[in-house]
Design a protein around this ligand. Sequence first.
Ligand code: GDP
Ligand code: MN
Length: 403
Amino acid sequence: MNIHEYQAKAILKKYGVRVQEGVVADTPEQATAAAKQLNAETGTTWYVIKAQIHAGGRGKGKINETGSNGVVLAKSLEDVAPKAAAILGGVLVTHQTGAEGKKVNKVLVAQDVYYPGASAPKEYYVSILLDRASGHNVIMASTEGGMDIEEVAEHTPEKIFKEWIDPLVGLQAFQTRKIAFALGLSGNAFKEMVKFLHALYNAYVDTDSSMFEINPVLKTSDDKILAVDAKVNLDDNALYRHPDLAELRDITEEDPLEVEAGENHLNYVKLDGNVGCMVNGAGLAMATMDVIKLAGGEPANFLDVGGGANAKTVEAGFRIILKDPNVKAILINVFGGIVRCDRVANGVVEAYKNIGDIKVPIIVRLQGTNAEEGARIIDESGLKVFSAVLLKDAAQKVKEVLA
Ligand code: GDP
Ligand code: MN
């Protein structure tokens, strides 16, 4: 589960990670009040206004309606409200949101931490994630902060430093010193970075996160190390241990069809193609997507209805797939192992009748226990549903209905 920057920073702060201070606001008036509060607390007279969406690239991204960037600097208190107004309620498009963008409901008004001083501030990159290949958490750090890390990885991979952490011994002091050294730090900034990394790692482990990305981490002109940005991904499977974190969920940021699928305990991922599919079992779902491609279609989704497919889950799956306007056909591919094919077939017919008015052709391929009876139920239903027993036949039918 992703959370907003302002929520992530609040968590980091609790663990002793120094962050760019900020106050969240829903309206331009609140933004001004937030700036006043920051001025009182930190003395800052310049403010950064940051759109809160679950996507990165906000600094370079643009608000459709006003042309404002998603992260802007306000150099006076009076400047805060109009700049916040140009972001709030607008649709922000960044390289991570896709062309449709994301609506901005909140802004974070933050203290400007790039103030000029004895030396120029410097941006670094730090992330922590689970390296599944080694079964270790890995800290990645780079001097190329503020940049897209994918680009750094492609063009100058030697500039990304990695340190793997043994889960049994945890993060050791020599490792954080190694990272701070690799980043070329010295003096107070070196000590600050070591402290920063330990606090950050504690937060990561304690919250059962699967990814932290702090880009940029800033070395201020007075040698403090702080998190300017914070992308936190919490492990969904561990959320039951953190009811306080589970509450941070913002479903307005999630794909509505995926939210609906979750409520029905369906494992659904929306894709861009034209053939919807409903399958029991993730492996079979992957194979089905291959078959759709082979037949000249493109899968519109991944949908695993799980082991206990019944009329209710089939109907919920249908409704979700049909809400996607790109869907030109639906392929249902069910292997009757625990679930019997005749039950699934009855479920399909019942769901079809309940929803009514389905315009796209549906191909049902049932294999396994009672497959023939399932096919007979489909064929005799009188509905615009085609049955197939072999995967090859199902692919052929997909080809025919798309033609
Ligand atoms: P992202 O674009 O979504 O990754 O959002 P960030 O939080 O990383 O902010 C984008 C950029 O805004 C940063 O890389 C900085 O260059 C700039 N920025 C953030 N905070 C400040 C600040 O306090 N002062 C100034 N001048 N720029 C800032
Ligand atoms: Mn960033």
